[in-house]
Design a protein around this ligand. Structure first.
Ligand SMILES: [Cu+2]
Length: 115
């Protein structure tokens, strides 16, 4: 029993270690649920390890706003995308990123509001 528990503990430690962990989104600019008085001119996603941005979709009221993503850029923990001029409204962000260290894809989404 004691032995089983220690193997389980070691397994759990390995699973949360940096080698086996998926890239994790640490922060975004604009922040999730931000209420902005000024329209942001860029969007930044910051992860805990190097990623390559695969998809970044920005939409408002069901309309997608075309963005230019440089798919040739080197993997980095932080990705910044220039935004076109944004009018007032609620914006939905959908992203996915590839972690070159293990080939896994992580994805997520959030929203912010320009007042
Ligand atoms: Cu992974």
């Amino acid at each position: 029993m004691g032995k089983t528990l220690s193997f389980a503990t070691i397994g759990a430690l390995l699973l949360v270690g940096p080698v086996f962990g998926h890239a994790k989104l640490l922060s975004t600019t604009p922040a999730a649920e931000a209420q902005l008085g000024l329209a942001p001119t860029s969007l930044t996603l910051t992860f805990n390890e190097n990623v390559r941005l695969a998809v970044l979709k920005l939409s408002t009221g069901g309309h997608e706003i075309p963005l230019t993503i440089d798919h040739g850029s080197a993997a980095a923990p932080s990705v910044t995308i220039a935004l076109p001029p944004l009018t007032a409204g609620k914006y939905e962000v959908q992203w996915s990123a590839l972690t070159p260290s293990d080939g896994h894809v992580v994805k997520g989404g959030y929203s912010f509001t320009v007042r």
